[in-house]
Design a binder for this molecule. Sequence first.
Ligand SMILES: CC(C)(COP(=O)(O)OP(=O)(O)OC[C@H]1O[C@@H](n2cnc3c(N)ncnc32)[C@H](O)[C@@H]1OP(=O)(O)O)[C@@H](O)C(=O)NCCC(=O)NCCS
Length: 146
Amino acid sequence: MMIREFRRQDINRVLEIEEESFKDPYPVDILIDIFNLGAGFLVAEHDNIIVGYIIFWIRYEDEGHIISIAVDEEHRRKDVGTQLVEAALKIFKRYNIDKIKLEVRISNKKAIDFYNNNGFIEKEVLKDYYEDYEDAVLMDINLNEK
Ligand SMILES: CC(C)(COP(=O)(O)OP(=O)(O)OC[C@H]1O[C@@H](n2cnc3c(N)ncnc32)[C@H](O)[C@@H]1OP(=O)(O)O)[C@@H](O)C(=O)NCCC(=O)NCCS
């Protein structure tokens, strides 16, 4: 498996994974806008097929911010997500960004466990954060303390 930069021609496969992974997936035009605005965008490729991706802001008020991560259902629990997070954290380090935040649905216990496993800590609950009014858990990691 390899982690590499997203390319425009990857968009349909990324969209497939996004749609199978989230009940409120980003539409294709938003994903492309995020990319065009300069977000970090990495994909995990296995046997020439994209099996996961991570999207993040490299500078977001001087902190990093993970926007989205998803792994194709068939390839979960095989370390793909961890490798994507580790690759993103290396890039943040390169930009001297030590603090990285993310929000995750409070019901998404698997993802919260996954982020905990990757060193992120639960900081606070953001009430009614999502469009359907579900709360988010704000999590962060300080790379200086790692
Ligand atoms: C969250 C997600 C990206 C994790 O990717 P993954 O490739 O399956 O994760 P990894 O194999 O690297 O998991 C590493 C560790 O995280 C934890 N973890 C991952 N999936 C888990 C699950 N379903 N239940 C409990 N813990 C889990 C475990 O500690 C795991 O280590 P282990 O497999 O040795 O027990 C993936 O489940 C996914 O795409 N989910 C749907 C989209 C989503 O919820 N994204 C995050 C919200 S922004």
